[in-house]
Write a protein that binds this ligand. Structure first.
Ligand code: NDP
Length: 260
């Protein structure tokens, strides 16, 4: 098993991509701490992986926008598992769309504080023990919106561009200490986040839900949404020993939408 004796701390693990990563890691023997704001969802995922794969798991309610909550979650994980995480997956994120001219500072702050600030806070909490141990994996779930712009998503794209800047810089700082830092950049994934995007298009344009979904699918040359399991498969490679040579990268899982 690829992740035996490893502990993974996964933010936004209650559903979607984070849940798929928790399952993929647990299947390979990792113990997992699953965190998000919705307690019932993280409890369900923690139970699911424990029941299915017999691994140790812990559900933690945590809002990554708040340093106190983040530090408390890491402290609770330390108490439960007796050690800090070997693998950190910064996956918690939000995505809202609005014309820049209509968006306000609160929307801007929500995105920067969750998508980028959350990644900063959790990385800051996890890194010291990885350095001490001389082994670590930090996997940031960014987006192709971290590489290219698109209308209506300036706050989201700015936050994800920031995640790539953090990923690349930190990767170089810790490269000689057995730690890799990488980002995954998915295109549209078949999760609730995309369903909410479809609802938003319907509300704003009057298109049918089917037409809105078709529009999103057509953004990929493969004319489909990516699955959460496809993103998790790459996360598993980055988390594993075989992935140790991959560092500071931002790898797209988007069917070829963005070619850099
Ligand atoms: P979902 O909305 O399905 O899941 C998002 C997860 O993040 C939930 O568990 C949510 O839980 C958690 N979360 C949101 N805000 C916070 C917060 N403040 N503190 C802690 N947890 C939080 O989305 P996806 O699974 O699709 O997205 C996961 C990641 O992938 C995000 O970073 C997203 O930007 C990225 N991504 C998604 C794409 C897509 O098309 N779906 C494309 C590219 C990137 P809760 O609300 O309970 O806190």
């Amino acid at each position: 098993m690829k992740l035996e004796n490893k502990l993974a701390f996964i933010t936004g693990g209650g559903r979607g991509i984070g849940r798929a990563i928790a399952i993929a890691f647990a299947r390979e023997g990792a113990a997992v701490a699953v965190t998000a704001r919705t307690r019932v969802q993280v409890e369900a995922v923690a139970k699911e992986v424990a029941d299915q794969f017999g691994v140790d798991s812990l559900a933690l309610e945590c809002d990554v926008r708040n340093t106190g909550w983040v530090n408390d979650a890491f402290a609770l994980a330390l108490t439960h598992f007796g050690r800090g995480p070997d693998i950190l997956v910064n996956n918690a994120g939000i995505a809202e769309s609005e014309l820049f001219i209509k968006s306000d500072e609160l929307m801007w702050e929500r995105h920067l504080n969750t998508n980028l600030g959350g990644t900063f806070r959790c990385t800051h909490a996890a890194l010291p023990e990885m350095v001490e141990r001389g082994w670590g994996r930090i996997i940031n779930i960014a987006s192709i919106a971290g590489k290219t712009g698109a209308p209506y998503v300036s706050a989201y794209a700015a936050s994800k561009h920031g995640v790539l800047g953090l990923t690349r810089s930190l990767a170089l700082e810790v490269a000689a200490q057995g730690i890799t830092v990488n980002a995954i950049c998915p295109g549209y994934v078949d999760t609730e986040m995309t369903s909410r995007g479809v609802e938003n298009i319907v509300a704003k344009t009057g298109k049918s839900a089917e037409d809105a979904l078709t529009t999103l699918k057509k953004m990929s040359p493969q004319n489909r949404l990516v699955t959460a399991e496809e993103v998790a498969a790459l996360a598993l490679l980055l988390a594993s020993e075989e992935g140790r040579g991959i560092n500071g990268q931002a790898i797209n899982v988007d069917g070829g939408t963005v070619l850099f």
